[in-house]
Design a protein around this ligand. Structure first.
Ligand SMILES: [Zn+2]
Length: 96
């Protein structure tokens, strides 16, 4: 039973991990039990979840409006060049 009891530090860490990947069953149960008893951690989890939701909708929003907004001019130039190189290669292959 003892290994089911996680500390607040462990729980908050695992909660944020669980946002990105699936946790083992015993960890999820342990978190769930802890959250039932610990207001601090359940609030932390709620805040984290709403934060993630905001971030995700924000990311989608940006993507829809301007797909390359986050690329620096250098990166854009590099992509343009690599695209041109690909075109050249396709041309060469076609001739062969
Ligand atoms: Zn806690």
């Amino acid at each position: 039973m003892k290994h089911w009891m996680f500390s607040c530090k462990e729980v908050t860490q695992m909660v944020s991990e669980s946002m990105d990947r699936d946790l083992p069953r015993y960890q999820r149960i342990g978190i769930w039990i802890h959250l039932m008893m610990c207001k601090f951690c359940s609030r932390y989890r709620q805040q984290l979840m709403s934060l993630r939701k905001v971030l995700r909708s924000q990311a989608l929003h940006d993507e829809n409006n301007e797909p390359h907004a986050k690329l620096s001019p250098e990166a854009r130039e590099r992509i343009k060049k690599s695209l041109q190189r690909n075109d050249l290669e396709t041309e060469t292959t076609k001739d062969l």
